[in-house]
Ligand binder design. Structure first.
Ligand code: FES
Length: 72
């Protein structure tokens, strides 16, 4: 149940506000082997919006670093 709640939250939470990219999409990209912000940008379009990653770059880095520890 807790995992389901987290999945729902991840689908609702926009990590990249400029491009409307959700936390769920970023996590999926990491699960698919993307290990850097640049790779995730190329995969999802995050960081490529109006602010050029100013607001989302650090959040994406945090998600990458949390993989295998805070989430799977
Ligand atoms: S919030 Fe991601 S490019 Fe602006």
């Amino acid at each position: 149940m807790e995992q389901l709640n987290q999945e729902i939250k991840d689908k609702l939470e926009k990590v990249c506000i400029c491009r409307g990219i959700t936390k769920a999409a970023i996590k999926a990209s990491v699960r698919n082997g993307k290990k850097t912000v640049e790779d995730i940008a190329a995969d999802t379009g995050a960081t490529l919006g109006g602010c050029k990653g100013f607001r989302c770059n650090a959040k994406i880095q945090e998600i990458i670093e949390g993989y295998g520890t805070e989430w799977n």
